[in-house]
Ligand binder design. Sequence first.
Ligand code: ATP
Length: 276
Amino acid sequence: MTLLDASGLRRVYGDSCGDCVELTGDDAGTNQCPECGAVVACADVSLDVEPGKVLGVVGESGSGKSSVAELLALERAADGQASGDVRLDGHDGNLLDADYETRHRLRNGAVGLVHQHVRDGLNLSFTGGGNVAEKLLAAGWRNYGDVRDRVRDLFEETEVPVERMDDPTETYSGGMQRRVQIARALATDPDVVILDEPTTGLDVSVQARVLDMFRRIQREQDVAAVVVSHDLGVVRLLADRTLVMRHGRVVETGLTDRVMEDPHHEYTQTLINSVI
Ligand SMILES: Nc1ncnc2c1ncn2[C@@H]1O[C@H](COP(=O)(O)OP(=O)(O)OP(=O)(O)O)[C@@H](O)[C@H]1O
């Protein structure tokens, strides 16, 4: 059974001459169109995620991972620069064609997103608790006591000190801010969470604790996830299946163990050799 099914994802930055997709990609060795200079951040990207499973998306900086994450998280609709098909079990039609209200409702319910940059995901001048509560209010929660109890539970779940709930988020450590982002993404019991570089800016020991925490919750709650990272270690730890991107295209996909132990594409081999 498929929970999240995406196909033909494409995102172009700049005015496309119309031939950009043909003139870019792994074979061309670039994501920038030699004719018009537009950047094809991703094209022909297809993927699916089963309920409760984790898909890793790995590739070097600029390979198009965040652009894919943005489309999967319904942060934008299809338009002249973005296209493709994103379907979520239980919801009708291509969600990239859905109206703003539908995408907004899904982003506050069935789909959670942890942004690459904390500032995009949290209002740092709000309290940590306020950042999580905001998501619940947007999802229609109204009772103050219920919201407060839920925020408290989420803080405990994501291992943020509950006594810091009413402090401004800007006074939290980087690891705590990341945990609050995860708490916020999980607040409405989503079917799928998209994590874009969940360990960016954290030192190694904090990275490990945040990843262990997410892995525990992901398994306990059986929530599906797409984990985007340039770091093979992150994907190896969390993902059941892995998709490798380069120059905006998928160059390899398979079970994570297989991709790591028997990489077929030359680029995947280079990526793996570079961290061994
Ligand atoms: N707003 C933008 N305007 C122009 N080009 C952009 C913009 N955002 C991203 N790009 C380009 O699109 C390509 C893909 O970027 P994207 O952020 O999706 O890659 P990424 O793999 O997530 O990289 P990173 O991890 O460094 O963010 C890159 O070449 C990037 O320079």
